[in-house]
Design a protein around this ligand. Structure first.
Ligand code: TRP
Length: 460
């Protein structure tokens, strides 16, 4: 295993994994899906999913990765020789990486456009309606949509070619803490000038009458997406983790950080939305791209904070796309024996082309935007939304359920105990027995029930 990467320090792993988890899922996606799903009850279900399903599965991924010291496909093979079926989980993961990265990079590209716009003072003195208008126009510009998507994939490829500890670890160490600080400042500002009370009431209301089967699946799917679970990304990062790290404690830290960022992002945007009815957010997919420029216009030092924020958001997206590509690349390196540069450049290019239709389907090309692939609860989805839906609501939960079953039932208790306890320093309650129950029963059964429910096989 001499040529495989290693994290430089224990903290390097936590930061890189947190960098993978914290991304557009927290800043862009969570605020808009929580908004579309009426806040409170959805948020509560999401939190329960993180605690009972997400955290146990993240522990499972890191543990399997560290034990096997391999990419997802190879890991299942190595830990269960003679049971080739488990390799499907690895392949499903590589496929999910493809699909997610193809559209994720499109939104990541938007953050680059908005970084440039804020550096050049594009939004200065713009009315709220004009800000929304400019977002819609931007979505309709094919060259910019594909161009930024290309730039973002290229950036990702450059970092991933650099390899694990030099490329990924060095950057996240600086940028994750910086992002955190700026988010806290923005939240305090926004809660004070906007409708902070209304935002809190919306985010934490408990009116369960608004909850549907779809929102439960969406909450579960998002728990996977936001924690980077279900496709072996954390498994791959875990395979670079040294034996003296405490897995349980690292996973808990990562999950708490990730959840905080998502909630803080809502508390930045919602107070402004509730205080300014003239901000049109009917295109909720663009909430962050319409409310934030508006906040920055009015806030003291807004012209400085704005470029800083969008650049950090771009970096947050980059630390996530890196982990998506790394799964695909580590598979090609370990199993197909490609060298790192070839693997990265080749798979990066394919993913770029795969993502072009997503880049063009939000208004840039008429017939593509009108084309609907899948439907969610009767609502037709375009190319971009279909891929998001397919990956986060189906592929990741199925992959996650299988990883849970693998760690729960196919691995020996002795191996699990050993992995769980090497390097253990933290909390006594977070022990292998508690985790074993969650991973054997609670997590897989919860995911399975939600999937059955969603398929219409059971209803309540
Ligand atoms: N978790 C990231 C976010 O919230 C996205 C992401 C990165 C991801 N790697 C992943 C999602 C692996 C699923 C699987 O933005």
């Amino acid at each position: 295993m001499g040529t495989r990467g290693r994290w430089g320090t224990k903290f390097g792993f936590v930061l890189a994994a947190a960098g993978s988890a914290i991304g557009l899922g927290n800043l862009w996606k969570f605020p808009y899906i929580a908004y579309d799903n009426q806040g409170g009850p959805f948020v509560l279900i999401y939190l329960v999913c993180i605690a009972l399903v997400g955290i146990p599965i993240m522990i499972a991924e890191v543990l399997v990765g560290r034990r096997a010291n391999r990419n997802p496909v190879g890991a299942f093979h190595a830990l269960s020789p003679g049971q080739p079926l488990w390799r499907i989980v690895g392949w499903l993961g590589v496929a999910s990486g493809f699909v997610i990265l193809s559209y994720y990079s499109v939104v990541a590209g938007w953050t680059l456009e908005y970084s440039i716009r804020s550096i050049t003072g594009y939004f200065v003195d713009m009315e709220a309606t004009a800000i929304t208008q400019s977002f819609v126009e931007f979505l309709g510009n094919p060259i910019r949509q594909v161009g930024w998507h290309f730039v973002f994939i290229t950036l990702t490829v450059i970092v991933v070619v650099g390899g694990v500890s030099k490329g990924i670890e060095r950057w996240t160490k600086i940028l994750v803490p910086l992002l955190f600080s700026i988010l806290i400042v923005l939240m305090i500002y926004s809660m004070r000038v906007g409708e902070g009370g209304k935002a809190l009431a919306f985010l934490f209301n408990l009116d369960f009458s608004t909850i549907t089967a779809h929102s439960v699946l969406e909450a579960l799917g998002h728990a996977f997406f936001t924690l980077s679970l279900g496709m072996g990304a954390m498994l791959t990062y875990g395979s670079y983790l040294s034996k003296d790290s405490d897995i349980g404690k690292a996973v808990l830290t990562i999950s708490i950080l990730d959840t905080l960022v998502a909630l803080v992002a809502c508390l930045i945007m919602y107070p402004i939305i509730f205080a300014n009815p003239e901000l049109d957010i009917s295109e909720s997919i663009g909430i962050i791209f319409t409310t934030l420029p508006y906040i920055f216009q009015n806030m003291p030092f807004g012209q400085i904070v704005s470029p800083l924020f969008f650049c950090l958001m771009a970096f947050a997206a980059l630390t996530s796309t890196i982990s998506l590509l790394e799964v695909v690349v580590s598979y090609a390196i370990d199993e197909l024996k490609w060298d790192r540069s070839t693997a990265t450049i080749l798979t990066g290019s394919i993913i770029f082309f795969f993502g072009v239709p997503s880049a063009l389907s939000n208004g840039a090309v008429g017939w593509l935007s009108g084309l609907t692939l899948l439907s969610k609860g009767g609502q037709k989805l375009n190319w971009f939304d279909s891929f998001d839906y397919l990956a986060s609501n189906w592929m990741l939960p199925i992959g996650g359920m299988m990883i849970a079953l693998f760690a729960g039932w196919a691995m020996s208790y002795k191996d699990k105990k050993e992995e769980f306890e090497t390097g253990k320093v933290g909390f006594a309650w977070l022990n292998v027995n508690l985790w074993d129950v969650l991973i054997k029963f609670v997590a897989p059964v919860a995911v399975f029930l939600v999937l059955l429910y969603k398929l219409g096989i059971i209803n309540g």
